[in-house]
Ligand binder design. Structure first.
Ligand code: FNR
Length: 371
């Protein structure tokens, strides 16, 4: 468990001048098991690396001599203005990294003005997190670890607590083999051994149909990785397609999500919105996703690092630095808002660095941080 950071947002702001310093501090604060749990993926970690590979295989085609004196990085979703097209992805057991857990993340998201998706397996639970950030853009993610009554109960509680959308994670039919944990015989914290796992293996489209019929909340399916499934989701009235491979933590030898995105964008058209995650660490990563047709980007590991580095203040500083990178990137591309971006700003490229979970931060000394 990381030592809780007691400094003010201001202190953290002075302390971290780059995103990699946040990762560095997280590494210092975390024990080896928790660090491995965050940075690790499944089996050979090929999917994990391909997330970065896919992002780094895209170069920009910038335009010049346009007035970019004012750049606006905000977007509007769920009927709300968001300061950045960014959502803090659902992370279970954040309490392992910081005592504030989901409440700290929700508070930081509210203070900054981005979305937070609360995991159903994160403390202090959905009601307490709603109370901690009553005015924030809060979305709720469920692992369907139970029968119909279990799902309905969470649906009703999420609606009653003011969550703006309901998300079902659908890429966890089986818990993957996380070899960093297995090799150390590290089986604590219920990782993968939670009650009700069998229900996840038996989940099918009938659950989506039932949830759609029962609730008017926008419905998100997290873990879509093909145009075929995106089309079926649309036929079930899903509002948001969440393109994700669970950060390379589930099926190994999958595609990087930025490689998946174009076929989803083509299949979805204007029938739904698209959120994507997997390897997004830098402002330029977020800009690439939006230019390629995504509406929102989820941050998984960056959220864990920021929370472990400095709690709520760490998340705030991470978002500030990310926002700064995003605005400079947009300006240097010759656009003043995301609405002006499209695929013409992107070009296939050969990656300049070998991809790995931390390769977005070349100034980190990898040997020191045992990625
Ligand atoms: C996750 N992820 C996840 N997803 C989900 O739907 N519910 C959950 O409870 C969790 N828990 C979780 C814990 C940890 C430690 C990590 C790193 C990830 C997956 C997460 O929402 C997201 O899809 C990925 O983390 C995105 O990839 P990056 O940003 O971590 O590369």
């Amino acid at each position: 468990m990381a030592g809780p950071y007691s400094g003010s947002p201001m202190t953290a702001a002075v302390e971290f001048e780059t995103l990699h310093e946040i990762v560095q501090r997280a590494r210092q604060n975390l024990g080896q098991n928790d660090w491995d749990y965050i940075v690790g993926g499944s089996e050979t970690e090929t999917t994990l690396r391909r997330n970065r590979l896919a992002l780094d295989s895209i170069a920009f085609r910038p335009r010049v001599l346009r007035d970019v004196g004012r750049v606006e990085a905000g977007v509007e979703h769920f009927g709300r203005r968001m300061r950045l097209p960014v959502c803090l992805a659902p992370i279970g057991a954040l309490e392992m990294f910081h005592t504030g857990a989901g409440a700290s993340v929700a508070r930081a998201a509210q203070a900054f003005g981005v979305g937070h998706m609360m995991s159903s397996v994160c403390k202090p639970g959905l009601e307490a997190v709603a109370a901690a950030a009553p005015d924030g853009l809060r979305l709720f993610q469920l692992y369907a670890l139970g029968d119909e009554a279990f799902v309905d109960d969470h649906l009703a509680r999420a609606a009653a607590s003011g969550y703006a959308a309901f998300c079902l994670t659908v890429d966890t039919a089986y818990y993957s083999r996380r070899e960093r944990d297995l090799a150390k015989r590290h089986f604590t914290s219920g990782r993968g051994r939670v009650a009700g796992r069998d229900f996840l293996a038996r989940l099918d489209w009938r659950t989506v149909e039932r949830v759609r019929a029962k609730s008017t909340l926008p419905l998100i399916l997290k873990g879509i990785a093909t145009a075929e499934d995106a089309r079926i989701a649309l036929d079930h009235g899903v509002d948001w397609i969440y393109v994700s491979n669970h950060g390379g933590r589930q099926l190994d030898h999958g595609r990087g999500t930025m490689e998946i995105l174009p076929e989803i964008v083509d299949a979805v058209g204007v029938r739904a919105k698209i959120v994507i995650d997997g390897g997004f660490c830098r402002g330029s990563d977020v800009v690439k996703a939006l230019a390629a047709g995504a509406d929102l980007v989820g941050l998984g590991r960056m959220q864990c690092f920021a929370l472990a580095a400095a709690g709520e203040a760490g998340i705030l500083r991470m978002l500030e630095l990310l926002g700064d990178e995003i605005r400079r990137c947009l300006g240097l591309l010759g656009v003043t808002a995301f609405a002006e971006l499209d695929r013409s700003y992107l070009h296939a490229a050969v990656p300049a660095n070998a991809p790995h979970v931390l390769s977005a931060f070349p100034l980190l000394t990898i040997d020191d941080y045992r990625y």
